[in-house]
Design a protein. Structure first.
Length: 245
C-alpha cells in the first residue's frame, strides 16, 4: 500500500494542528486578511510574490498562509508594530529592545539572501507576536530581483539621493535601531526637508546618551557595513557583552 504524505499548506506546521479525522486534518489560523483595492493590484501581486519567495524558512518574517482573490492571509501580529507598542508602554526594558534589534537584523539578512530589498524598513513595519518577538512584514512595495520598489523609506530613514540597495537598507536600519533604543525617530522635531539636508551633509543625531548600539547605528548611517550579516555580527557581540556585565 502506498504511504500517504501530508503536505502542510504554506505557513502552517504541527503546532497549528487543531484536530484530525479520517478524511481531513484541521489547523487553526491566528490570521488577518489584507485587502487590496482594484487600483492596488500591483501591490497585491508584489507582496504575494515576495511572501511566496520567502516561504516559512525564517521565524522573523510575518507568516503567510496564502491568497484569496485580491487578499493575502497573514499572521495576526497581536502586539501590533514596535512603534505602536512602544507608544502604549510607559517603559520597555533594554533587554527587550536588544532582542528586537538582533531579531530584526537577522530577518533583514534573510530577506536579502532571497534577493528581496524591503524598501520601507522602520518601526512601523516591524511587528510583534504574542511573545514580543519580531516579525518583519509589509512587503507590498518591496523590490525583488530586477523589479524596482513601489514605495520609499520614511524621510528619517532615507539615504538621500540613492536608489534602493543594501546601502539604503542599512541606512534605514540605523534609523530603526535608533528609534528602537530611544523611542523616537531621528530628528523627530525637524521638518522633512531639514532632515534630508542634515543627512545629505553627513550630520546625524548625537548618540552620546544612547545606551546601546551607538557604533552600529553610526556605521549604518555612514554606510560602513557591506551587508546586514556583517552588522549582525557586531550586534551579537554587543548583546553578549551587555548580558555579561
Amino acid at each position: 500500500m502506498q504511504e500517504s504524505v501530508i503536505q502542510w499548506p504554506l505557513g502552517l506546521d504541527l503546532k497549528d494542528l487543531a484536530g484530525a479525522g479520517v478524511t481531513a486534518i484541521v489547523a487553526r489560523l491566528d490570521a488577518v486578511v489584507k485587502f487590496f483595492g482594484p487600483l492596488e493590484s500591483r501591490f497585491f501581486e508584489r507582496e504575494k510574490l515576495i511572501y511566496q519567495r520567502l516561504g516559512r524558512d525564517h521565524s522573523g518574517i510575518v507568516r503567510y498562509f496564502g491568497a484569496l482573490e485580491n487578499s493575502l492571509i497573514l499572521q495576526f501580529a497581536s502586539q501590533t508594530s514596535i512603534r505602536q507598542y512602544v507608544a502604549r508602554q510607559k517603559q520597555v526594558p533594554l533587554s527587550l529592545r536588544l532582542r528586537w534589534v538582533e531579531q530584526l537584523f537577522d530577518a533583514v539578512r534573510f530577506i536579502h539572501s532571497r534577493s528581496v530589498l524591503h524598501g520601507d524598513i522602520s518601526c512601523n513595519n516591524v511587528f510583534l507576536d504574542d511573545n514580543l518577538d519580531v516579525k518583519l512584514g509589509d512587503f507590498a512595495g518591496s523590490a525583488i530581483d530586477d523589479l524596482p520598489p513601489l514605495v520609499c523609506y520614511e524621510t528619517s530613514h532615507e539615504l538621500p539621493g540613492e536608489d534602493i540597495s543594501t546601502r539604503t537598507e542599512l541606512f534605514a536600519l540605523g534609523s530603526t535601531v535608533y528609534e528602537i533604543i530611544t523611542g523616537s525617530k531621528p530628528y523627530k522635531d525637524l521638518p522633512d526637508h531639514e532632515v534630508s539636508a542634515a543627512f545629505s551633509e553627513g550630520r546625524y543625531p548625537n548618540l552620546e546618551s544612547v545606551p546601546a548600539f551607538r557604533n552600529t547605528i553610526m556605521r549604518c548611517w555612514r554606510q560602513s557595513y557591506a551587508t546586514a550579516e556583517e552588522a549582525l555580527r557586531d550586534i551579537k557581540l554587543e548583546v553578549a557583552t551587555i548580558k555579561e556585565t
